[in-house]
Design a protein around this ligand. Structure first.
Ligand code: TYD
Ligand code: MG
Length: 455
């Protein structure tokens, strides 16, 4: 009988080699090849005598058995989830250390427990006493949350097996968990993946919603090379600047809802407060208009949010390479916009340093921000304020055309509600209520005529 060949499988990309190598020949990662047992192939007889069991099929419209979602008691959390926790789902909650993940989950856990549902909160990072101290500070001590400080997944699952499955299980954090059936220290890829697998299986079997807290590494990925993102149903990211009060909860992946809804919170002395109407948050609240500042009516899911964009241009005397720095927007997009402003509108930024900042620690992803950024840049360059109480929206193409935006009418309505009186954007925006004085623009060059040369 032929000796089974050894096989080495890359743990990053799955490619198979027949000898060990330091670098994977396919994905070029280092030290990822590991020996695995040769795959055994069974020749299957396609009848039940092979030892397989028949699986049960159901119709998509089978009545009466749809799981009902569990509200977390925090409307902003529910909104980001797409309407509450789905029973049996696994949710990964990522975010920088200290951003407020534990606080948010403790608040949600307490609310669900107060409604009379079972809730288990396992902390692998803090002692039970520390979590209780935080609960006391948040005024949640009376909530019947079952709290444990543990890191062994087998112990946790054994304990859960002796009681009726809770509605919610929080694991804070997955990187501190370990399973004694897997080699490696807590936090390694195989441990994180193995522990998550066990916990997710518990969720699917019992209908408990499981939230796994995950730390984020410096480059913004959830530690444990993205393996967790494939395994869970929902990936949420809790974002914000630690020096600012506001926190945004985003769904990056959601098997049960839209991914463009956000939840907005403010970190206060008594924990996270919900911000039901966030449209004013990211405006500086200044009264008189200033050069270099433009207001953009952004859309976050179904909600408009008004954001102030600030630009600063510093002329350089020497021939040094000018700096371009961006906070809260894409630097590649800024470079593109500067190129369009130079080549289509004849503006000269080549010997100037350009700084762009989105106020309030907000991060813009809406492509319709282009026009507002362009207006802020032009205004900074000309050192002249934009028209008072104006908002700007529209995507700018490489040819300098101003393209249509989604939900234009909704954005303008929100701006009007907050006291803005003028809107600039693409030509074809429908404004049913005519709340704003609106100026449709075809080309970025038209804006130069209106903003820079006339006033
Ligand atoms: P925490 O939930 O521990 O963050 P994470 O679990 O994401 O690491 O939040 C810690 C921060 O929140 C800490 O810097 C203090 C701040 N905080 C408040 O400002 N108010 C509060 O009521 C609480 C509980 C925390
Ligand atoms: Mg924490």
């Amino acid at each position: 009988m032929a000796k089974p060949k050894k096989r080495y499988v890359c743990q990053a990309c799955g490619s198979v080699s027949h000898r060990w190598q330091g670098q994977c020949p396919d994905c070029a990662e280092w030290n990822t090849l590991a020996e695995e047992a040769p795959a055994t192939v069974f020749s299957l007889k396609h009848d039940l005598s092979s030892g397989g069991r028949a699986v049960e099929f159901v119709d998509l419209d089978k009545p009466g058995e749809l799981p009902t979602r569990q509200a977390t008691g925090l409307a902003e959390f529910d909104r980001a989830l797409g309407g509450g926790l789905v029973p049996g789902s696994a949710i990964l909650m990522g975010g920088d250390p200290g951003i407020g993940k534990s606080t948010l989950l403790l608040q949600a856990a307490a609310k669900i427990a107060r409604e009379g549902h079972g809730v288990v909160y396992v902390s692998g990072e803090e002692a039970a006493g520390q979590v209780r101290m935080r609960a006391a500070r948040l005024g949640l001590s009376d909530a019947p949350v079952k709290l444990a400080s543990a890191t062994g997944v087998r112990d946790i699952l054994t304990t859960l097996g002796t009681m009726s499955p809770p509605r919610l299980l929080v694991i804070d954090s997955i990187q501190t968990m370990h399973s004694d059936t897997i080699e490696g220290a807590p936090g390694t890829v195989s441990q994180v993946r193995g522990c998550a697998f066990e916990l997710i299986r518990y969720a699917k079997e019992t209908g408990t919603a499981v939230v796994l807290v995950g730390h984020v590494t410096k480059d913004g990925t959830i530690a444990g090379p993205r393996v967790l993102e494939h395994m869970v149903d929902v990936v949420m990211s809790f974002e914000g600047e630690r020096s600012h009060q506001y926190r945004i909860l985003r769904a990056l992946k959601n098997r049960f809802g839209a991914v463009d809804e956000i939840g907005v919170f403010a970190m206060a002395g008594e924990g996270l407060e919900e911000v039901a109407n966030p449209s004013m948050l990211f405006l500086s609240g200044r009264d008189e208009p200033m050069a270099g500042s433009a207001v953009f009516p952004a859309m976050e899911g179904t909600r408009p949010v008004l954001v102030e964009i600030q630009a600063l241009i510093v002329r350089l005397q020497s021939g040094a390479t000018p700096r371009r720095a961006v906070v809260g927007w894409d630097s590649g997009r800024l470079a593109m916009l500067l190129a369009v402003l130079e080549s289509r509108c004849g503006l000269n930024f080549s010997s100037a340093e350009v700084y762009l900042n989105v106020a309030g620690g907000y991060r813009l992803s809406d492509p319709a921000a282009d026009l507002a950024v362009a207006a802020a840049l032009m205004s900074a360059l000309a050192d002249r304020a934009l028209p008072d109480r104006s908002v700007w929206m529209g995507e700018v193409s490489l040819a300098g055309e101003i393209r249509a935006v989604a939900h234009g009418g909704l954005r303008l309505r929100e701006a009007a509600k907050l006291g803005f009186s003028k809107g600039f954007g693409p030509a074809d925006v429908k404004q049913p209520g005519k709340e704003l004085d609106y100026c449709g623009l075809k080309q970025l060059a038209n804006l130069v005529d209106q903003v820079i040369t006339t006033e």
